[in-house]
Design a protein around this ligand. Structure first.
Ligand code: CP
Length: 310
């Protein structure tokens, strides 16, 4: 696997995560003062999104463009996979066209890792099935770090469909590595107690107890497209028992902030007054996503730290 590949955050040391967040913060500052350096000029990146996306796809495209690289977007339909070509042959074909890296989103867990072993160029995971979404985990960690000046010692409650959420996994890996206490909460069918053995997190099925003392509350969408069975009686019941309302946000600490990785289903996992309210960092998360993807592309493709913004 190319050392610039990023297929997941599980096991990534805190130092490596901090370094990526530092680079993202530097790129964010350079972007805001209009002094970005086109350090990836002349490079090209294939963005292969075999599953729907708005934030991740556009922000990778924007990040590549802001650093001077060309992004070639390949959508859900229209590749030769539809004619029977294998994933490995598709990846090898992309490599043979001369692209310098492949960003991939896929409904099947493990596809980015499989591709990373099939090619010699960096492969960046833009979300695979229920496995990981590493750039989302990094942007969530960056958003928390920017808001509080640190991650260590914070209590972060992640509420919702953890079972099907690659975001919950990557964000938990990132925040826990940086010293946060992560609490996973939701219906027992979607947050089984056994998750506490698989992730560096506490499982707390009582919403009030999960939110008490929380510095950050993150709501997750119900991923109906990944549910092979009925996990809930209804969305109305979910909203009534687990939805984040302004009243429930009061159970957290007075300064607590709200995150959502998106896309959001308003009126299900979160009410609009919380989603759009003064404690919401939802739009900052998206902006930080561009900066994180600049850092990840730079790590994958960049040469010469002298060109990095200070
Ligand atoms: N958070 C996230 O992955 O959003 P998109 O599906 O819009 O990329």
């Amino acid at each position: 696997m190319h050392p610039g590949s990023l297929v997941g955050l599980a096991g990534l040391p805190a130092g490596a995560i901090e370094r990526l967040l530092d680079r993202a913060e530097a790129w964010l500052a350079a972007w805001e003062r209009g002094s970005l350096a086109p350090v990836l000029f002349g490079r090209s990146v294939a963005l292969w999104f075999a599953e729907p996306s708005t934030r991740t796809r556009v922000s990778f495209e924007q990040a590549a463009s802001l650093l001077g690289a060309r992004a070639i977007v390949i959508g859900e339909r229209g590749t030769s996979l539809e004619k029977g070509e294998t994933l490995a042959d598709t990846a090898a074909t992309l490599q043979a066209t001369g692209v310098d890296a492949v960003v991939v989103r896929h409904a099947a867990s493990g596809v980015p890792e499989q591709l990373a072993h099939a090619v010699r160029i960096p492969v960046l995971n833009a979300g695979d099935g229920t496995h990981e979404h590493p750039t989302q985990g990094l942007l969530d960690a960056l958003t928390v770090r920017c808001a509080f000046g640190r991650v260590a010692g914070l209590r972060v409650a992640i509420v919702g469909d953890v079972l099907h959420s690659r975001v919950a996994r990557s964000t938990t890996w990132a925040l826990a590595a940086l010293g946060a206490h992560v609490v996973l909460c939701g219906p027992p069918t979607l947050v089984p107690a056994a998750l506490a053995q698989a992730l560096p997190a506490e499982v707390e099925q009582d919403l009030h107890r999960a939110l008490q003392g929380a510095d950050v509350v993150m709501a997750l969408r119900l991923q109906k497209e990944r549910m092979a069975a009925a996990y809930l009686p209804s969305e109305e019941e979910y909203r009534a028992l687990w939805g984040i309302t302004a009243e429930r946000l009061q159970w957290a600490r007075p300064h607590a902030l709200f995150l959502h990785p998106g896309p959001s289903n308003r009126g299900v996992e979160v009410e609009s007054d919380v989603h759009d309210g003064p404690r919401s960092l939802v739009r900052q998360q998206v902006r930080h996503g561009v900066a994180v993807r600049m850092a990840v592309l730079e790590r994958a493709l960049g040469e010469g730290a002298a060109a990095w913004p200070s």
